[in-house]
Design a protein around this ligand. Sequence first.
Ligand SMILES: [Zn+2]
Length: 283
Amino acid sequence: MKNILLVLLFIVAGCTNKNETPPIIQQICSSEFCSENGAKELINLYEDDNMTNETMTFKINCIVATNKKVDFKFQKKIKDLNNVFTKGKIKFIVNSEISISPQKLTIDQIAEKEGIFTQFKQNLKKEKSINIIIVPHGKSLNGFTLVLPEKFLNYLNLGYETIYISDKAWFNTSTLQHELGHFFGLQHTFGELTNENSTLEKPNGTNCKEEGDFICDTPSDPNGKTDAYCNYVKSINKNGEVYSPKVNNYMSYYPNKCKNEFTNGQYKAMNLFAKEYRSYLIY
Ligand SMILES: [Zn+2]
């Protein structure tokens, strides 16, 4: 089955009265920026600054909300994450391992259901940490991360720091990396459109700052196919140009078993995003 990882982009609109739950308009639009502002913010961030050399440490609450009776091996998982993120000067530590009421809904249903996030939030500790919630596996989603469009600055006061992952995908070797990539500002390597060969980034990369994931050392990705050995199956766009995507990139939709890499550009983007927009979570 095709690996489908979606990011929900939330638009919080009309948030004028703090006593009311803000109306939430839920959009599943993969992980593209819903506004040009977001794209420009990432590009400006990327061009105006250099990576910080100081390691930023983030605490993770590992929250089990499924009745699957297995050992989730949190310490091992976080150790594996640290091996991947060390190049971005990002480090994770386990803050807590807790179980809450098992969800009856699958991850797909949770993603579709408006308002459920508010329910979850009420159960969680109000402290500076990333919440990773393991919920029942469904039919399509492996995980999703709440991403705020419009302005990255919204992260600073709206407190969206939750990642959902299915109790099956938890055990593969790329879903959590992918979701944390989104958490630290990364987009899918193919950009907005998931249909094969429909990426707006040119195969030769000349518009790499404006399309795709806006990062130039991730080649244009047509979100195509691989063979059983993770070799890309050659494809061309409508102008006859050949794509050469990196099927091992964590932010692609290629099979989980193929993915094992962030590029230097992605590390830099995550590092700068963490410093600028996730600084309130640094331990
Ligand atoms: Zn994704």
